[in-house]
Design a protein around this ligand. Structure first.
Ligand code: SF4
Ligand code: SF4
Length: 112
């Protein structure tokens, strides 16, 4: 089992999530994070830390799409373990629907 980041994360980067992960298994894209499904130990401590409610257990309905995305990008995006500044539109776009279709970028972030 693993936890999964969905598209509510896009354009956030509050990164409260990465600070609490005991195994440092978050990976950073240009405007979204993913959790490495093979590294996550399923502790659940990151879920309540996310202000966008973007982190879900993979037992939830409808997370398959985001699990597949994590499998695709966790091996190519850089590791992120420390909090950084949120993106400029993080608050304004927090509850915007359809973020993946509008804003997803496959480009890597800068990591730590
Ligand atoms: S706090 Fe939540 S929405 Fe923000 S970067 Fe972390 S997982 Fe993404
Ligand atoms: S559930 Fe635990 S191990 Fe998995 S990403 Fe969240 S904090 Fe890290």
């Amino acid at each position: 089992m693993t936890y999964v980041v969905n598209d509510k994360c896009i354009k956030c980067k509050f990164t409260d999530c990465v600070e609490v992960c005991p195994v440092d298994c978050f990976y950073e894209g240009e405007n979204m994070l993913v959790i490495h499904p093979d590294e996550c130990i399923d502790c659940g401590v990151c879920e309540p830390e996310c202000p966008a409610d973007a982190i879900k257990p993979d037992t939830d309905q409808g997370v398959e799409r985001w699990l597949e995305l994590a499998r695709q990008y966790a091996d190519v995006w850089p590791n992120i373990t420390a909090k950084k500044d949120a993106l400029p539109d993080a608050e304004a776009l927090r509850d915007e629907p359809g973020k993946f279709e509008k804003y997803f970028s496959p480009e890597p972030g800068s990591g730590d």
